[in-house]
Design a protein around this ligand. Structure first.
Ligand code: FAD
Length: 490
């Protein structure tokens, strides 16, 4: 692709969008652009140069091709529920908004596959598959609105990914337009496909390597039986130890979610669900064949009791199950009753480290004088500490961000990672410098260049430059690099 000699202007970009055939919806007025100024990482906002809302893959091809030739940055956006700023605009770039591409193209019961456009909300895939008694397993809490394109780009998880895997494990194939404007078909319908595994590379690539224009998703049969239980504990440590005890016993529940007292109290204030008085609650769901599920339920109940659960409630029927899940699903909304502003972190640790890391998180909260509530996917060690701050108080947001950074360091120190499911975006660029060595960061940039040589797709997101890492490294308590043994990761 030939770069233009002079930097493209707003007029050039708008002319390129006006030339798309058939004509495409373009938003260029400042007040209308307010809708695209930020995603769910509300700490940062920026007005983009324009937004374009295509209806077809052919239009996306023209848009990426013509903006690419002009060197105009493109930030792809699905539903804008991302929490790490992946869809935060750039001032000189165009938002490519895919929410109008929301057709379910096919549901193939025999192959157990659904092919959909990228703007389809996650939950709609299951709605479409219901008549043939199939469903799409990845279930981020945002699933009613978050789009399949955004789920793929963030490799979204959900409460049931402990047993059924992340988005990457449930996607068979993709159509992707890369930074050169070429249409790539990756993956397929089988378990394996020839060539490099570009399908895996695209999952979690945060809009940096290509624009997903179509996804073929794996569907699963509904389990014959499901049992859901709530277990109360006097200490978070006991609750956290029960998580390892369940998995250590060879049981893989469909979900193990945990919430601490800050969150339990908030849920009670907000929803008055009659939750047990406890320091920690575990919500455990088991599913499968009827006999197997009954056996697993009995084993889990016994393990919970041996780990000191003060109460175990098993849902009798769908209504009670929905009620148990209501606390978990409504928890983030309920947190607004603690303080209107909170910053949700996302890091992953090995399960065995849960008790220790939770204690350290509370200690950090005390050190910073900030309240932290925990509601998270305990079964897969994916933590979501929520740090409460007051946006009206000078410096409070910055302190919460600093504290969040310390929590991510804790995750790395315990052999974990700086993100579980929310991605890096702009929020965790600094933390990437701690997680990875220079060689690894350089390899990520090499991958980016292979798909997007001119760097027009979501520039400045997900992977920091080595220069920024060097600048930030000097400031850091670890001297900029974690003292890890020199084991190649690739
Ligand atoms: C209340 C709430 C609960 C949440 N719960 C969960 C959860 O349980 N699990 C979880 O994993 N996440 C969760 N999230 C985060 C978020 O919903 C997910 O990351 C989701 O996958 C984002 O989808 P989206 O359509 O909103 O994407 P956006 O926010 O629009 O974009 C996210 C990223 O994907 C890129 N992108 C979007 N569409 C495409 C495309 N078609 N092609 C290429 N790149 C694209 C964007 O450039 C950006 O980098 C939650 C968010 C909220 C607000």
């Amino acid at each position: 692709m030939n770069a233009v000699a002079r930097p493209a202007t707003r007029t050039d970009a708008l002319a390129a969008l006006a030339a798309v055939r058939p004509p495409v919806r373009v938003v260029a007025e400042r007040d209308e652009l307010a809708a695209f100024e930020m995603d769910a990482y509300i700490q940062r906002r920026q007005t983009p140069l324009a937004a374009v809302l295509p209806d077809t893959e052919e239009q996306v091809l023209q848009i990426v091709g013509s903006l690419g030739r002009l060197g105009v940055p493109i930030v792809t956006r699905g539903a804008g529920t991302g929490i790490s700023g992946g869809a935060t605009p750039t001032a000189d770039g165009v938002m490519l908004v895919l929410t109008r591409m929301r057709a379910i193209l096919s549901v193939d019961a025999a192959a157990r596959l659904a092919t959909v456009e990228p703007g389809v909300p996650n939950a709609q895939v299951t709605v479409a598959a219901e008549p043939v008694r199939l469903y799409f397993a990845p279930d981020p809490s945002s699933q009613v609105i978050s789009s399949i394109g955004g789920n793929v780009a963030e490799n979204a998880g959900g409460v049931h990914c402990l047993k059924y895997g992340l988005t990457v494990h449930n996607v068979a194939g993709l159509r992707v337009i890369d930074g050169d404007g070429d249409l790539l078909e990756v993956g397929g319908e089988g378990l394996d496909s020839p060539g490099y595994d570009i399908l895996a590379v695209m999952n979690g690539s945060e809009g940096n390597l290509g624009v997903v224009t179509r996804a073929t998703l794996r569907l699963l049969p509904r389990p014959e039986a499901t049992e859901t239980m709530l277990a109360a504990f006097d200490t978070t440590k006991a609750g956290a130890e029960a998580v390892s005890a369940i998995i250590g016993a060879g049981v893989i529940p469909a979900a193990i979610e945990m919430m601490d007292r800050v969150v339990i109290d908030a849920c009670e204030r907000y929803m008055a669900l009659g939750l047990p008085k406890a320091e920690a609650l575990l919500l455990v769901e088991v599913d499968g064949g009827a006999e197997e599920t009954a056996e697993t339920l009995a084993s889990v109940k016994a393990i919970l009791a041996s780990c000191g659960a003060t109460e175990v409630r098993v849902a009798k029927g769908e209504e009670e199950r929905a009620n148990l899940w209501k606390s978990r699903k409504g928890a983030f909304a309920a947190l607004a009753t603690v303080m209107p502003d909170y910053y949700t972190m996302d890091g992953t640790i090995p399960r065995r480290a849960l008790p220790e890391v939770l204690e350290s998180i509370y200690a950090l909260g005390r050190e910073y004088g900030m309240v932290i509530g925990n509601v998270f996917h305990a079964g897969d060690g994916n933590m979501h500490p929520c740090i409460f701050y007051d946006s009206a108080k000078a410096g409070d947001l910055e302190r919460s961000e600093e504290l969040g950074g310390k929590i991510l360091e804790l995750c790395i120190d315990h052999g974990g990672t700086i993100t579980g499911e929310h991605g890096v975006g702009i929020e965790k660029l600094k933390a990437m410098c701690l997680q990875f060595r220079d060689g690894e960061i350089a390899a990520f940039h090499d991958v980016k260049r292979a798909f997007d040589p001119e760097g027009i797709l979501n520039p400045g997101k997900a992977v920091p430059t080595l220069k920024r890492c060097a600048e930030w490294g000097g400031l850091h308590v670890h001297g900029g690099r974690m003292p890890r043994p020199d084991i190649p990761r690739f």
